[in-house]
Ligand binder design. Structure first.
Ligand SMILES: Nc1nc2c(ncn2[C@@H]2O[C@H](COP(=O)(O)OP(=O)(O)OP(=O)(O)O)[C@@H](O)[C@H]2O)c(=O)[nH]1
Ligand SMILES: [Mg+2]
Length: 315
């Protein structure tokens, strides 16, 4: 059974639309088809003989080609060898992949207001992910406010405002060119004054190498920290799965400078590099909390390691 929104948010009740879940799993399987083919086709056709060194090498190569990365690949192979393969390779591999992710993720939304800061490189899907998340939080009984601290890109504000409307969320914005930290301040302050449950702060896309923009992000964070105790409760890094190892590199650098608490992995659809989730979890120890498989509101879900492993590996 898939990990539910209620579980991610720490709710007691678990009302969950079954068709939404199975639909998402089907889309995730579809999304990971390219990665899965790269990973399993060769192995399945040749059959896997665990006494054959070349078979192990082929497995390693296939994992690395799917952007699982060298350290996580070595770890998976080590675990598979230790397990002593008796049944099929795919089932064993899927089980080990699931195992690697450890405990299922949670999203810290208990405090009122809880502040979620969303960061990442340009075009990875930050604003879209915020829109989808705001809508889900709303469906789960949370009052939400979104703040457009992306004052850099033309139309960024309108884009978020449209999502806020769809999600039944309050919206706080500012004219283009305004100080992002001032918008973050206003948004968090408004969420507090109005007693909203969750404030989500959108930020402009930036490269981890743009030191001035990283400093700006630091200022946004400091302002949030100063307004609400314990905030930001989450700093979500949005990573575009199609960028593979480059996405991993982003996560490494953002993780180090922006105190990231978790990753939202978007665009698994159309990526042959779906294995990057494993690299992020193993190499960085960062929990993948959300996955996106499309542009629609139902295309974002809590990360479920078992579903992911099956979608990535099982034929
Ligand atoms: N296929 C697919 N497209 C996505 C997904 N998530 C977001 N997108 C699309 O990616 C594009 C960029 O999304 P945005 O949400 O604007 O990205 P952003 O990170 O806010 O971009 P900047 O603010 O410019 O840095 C849009 O066309 C989205 O619809 C996903 O999971 N799958
Ligand atoms: Mg944006």
């Amino acid at each position: 059974m898939s990990y539910t929104w209620s579980e991610l948010l720490g709710d007691d009740v678990a009302p969950e639309d079954e068709s939404e879940r199975t639909g998402f799993f089907a889309r995730m399987r579809e999304s990971l088809a390219k990665s899965r083919t790269a990973l399993t086709a060769e192995l399945a056709s040749a059959g896997f003989d665990s006494s054959d060194d070349e078979a192990w090498e082929r497995l390693e190569e296939a994992l690395i080609r799917s952007d699982v990365g060298v350290p996580a690949t070595a770890e998976l192979v080590r675990r598979l060898e230790a397990r002593g393969l008796t049944g099929g390779l795919e089932d064993a591999l899927a089980a080990e992949v699931e195992e690697l992710f450890g405990d299922p993720p949670t999203l810290a939304v208990a405090a009122r207001p809880s502040v979620i800061l969303v960061v990442g490189v340009n075009g990875t899907g930050k604003t879209t992910t915020i829109g989808k998340l705001a809508r889900k939080l709303h469906e789960h009984g949370r009052s939400v406010l979104v703040g457009a601290a992306d004052t850099f890109r033309a139309a960024a504000e309108e884009q978020l405002e449209i999502w806020a409307e769809r999600a039944g969320a309050d919206f706080v914005g500012a004219p283009r060119g305004a100080d992002p930290a001032a918008v973050a301040f206003d948004a968090v302050e408004a969420a507090r004054a109005r007693g909203r449950d969750v404030a989500i702060i959108d930020t402009a896309g930036r490269l981890h190498t743009q030191t001035n923009l990283m400093a700006e992000l630091e200022k946004v964070r400091r302002v949030i920290e100063g307004r609400v105790e314990g905030a930001p409760h989450e700093t979500l890094l949005v990573v575009d799965a199609t960028t593979g190892q480059n996405g991993l590199q982003q996560a490494k650098l953002f993780g180090a400078t922006a105190s990231v608490t978790g990753v939202a992995l978007t665009k698994l659809d159309g990526s042959a590099r779906g294995g990057v989730a494993i690299a992020i979890a193993v190499e960085l120890g960062l929990p993948v909390k959300l996955v996106g498989v499309g542009e629609g509101v139902e295309d974002l879900r809590p990360f479920d390691a078992g579903d992911y492993a099956r979608a990535l590996i099982s034929p």
